[in-house]
Design a protein around this ligand. Structure first.
Ligand code: SAM
Length: 221
């Protein structure tokens, strides 16, 4: 059995009782960065062994993990924050488990795009999740595609690329398009700022340095 366990995106209280129980009960926790997960486990006094499972080793370690699961081990996969598989490693291992008929259970829980989308005030009955845009090759193609979508779309972006990204969105979607920037969700300096793409771009261009983790939400065409 493989459990996919969401972990907090900031506030350590944002973890479910079931997630804590499962992290205590499994034989092994697979973590994107064992140092980050160790801090969470220490906070909740969980002593389950940890092993690294990240984008750089997941191709290599997946067959061995499948063998362990077939022999009866119960594993939990976590990422540094939020839900594994959402702009984080997870997909390869889940697919391999499915192919090997190993049961996978994904717990509901923290992820950054849901609070960003809902707090944006933009329609969220239908939406598109884009995650991170490619940095170079293919970026413009994705931006052109997003600009034509008739539904709200959600992007993950790093703080030092925020202003550049808003500028590129203005080029594709026009400065009047309604949007929202969610920063540091569930943390001390949480901020959800809404306005047109142009308003947001002007605001963040004026800041010395944009800090924290960012989700950009843009209204549909
Ligand atoms: N697995 C995570 C999830 O379920 O949302 C996403 C991991 S991805 C590597 C990290 C990105 O998620 C950040 O660059 C940012 O775009 C977004 N993110 C994570 N935590 C956030 C927070 N507290 N506030 C705003 N955005 C956040």
């Amino acid at each position: 059995m493989l459990y996919i366990v969401p972990t907090p995106i900031g506030n350590l209280e944002d973890i479910t009782l079931r997630a804590l129980r499962i992290l205590k009960e499994v034989d092994l926790i697979l973590a994107e960065d064992t140092r980050v997960t160790r801090r969470l486990l220490q906070h909740y006094e969980i002593e389950t062994p940890l092993r690294a499972h990240h984008a750089h080793n997941e191709h290599g370690t997946t067959p061995q993990l499948i063998r362990q699961l077939e022999e009866g081990a119960t594993l939990a996969l976590v990422s540094d924050a939020g839900t594994p598989g959402i702009s984080d490693p997870g997909f390869l291992l889940v697919r391999a488990c499915k192919q090997a008929d190993i049961q996978v259970e994904c717990l509901p829980g923290a992820t950054a795009f849901v609070p960003a989308l809902v707090a944006s005030g933009l329609p969220c009955d239908r939406f598109h999740f884009e995650g991170f845009l490619p940095h170079k090759k293919g970026r413009q193609t994705r931006l052109n595609h997003l600009a034509e979508l008739p539904v709200t779309f959600v992007l993950y972006e790093s703080p030092n690329r925020l202003v550049k990204c808003l500028g590129q969105l203005i080029e594709c979607c026009g400065g009047d398009r309604p949007a929202s920037v969610a920063r540091e969700l569930s943390k001390l300096h949480e901020e959800v700022r809404s306005g047109s793409l142009q308003d947001l771009s002007d605001h963040y261009a004026e800041q010395d340095k944009v800090k924290g983790e960012i989700v950009i939400v843009v209204g549909g065409k």
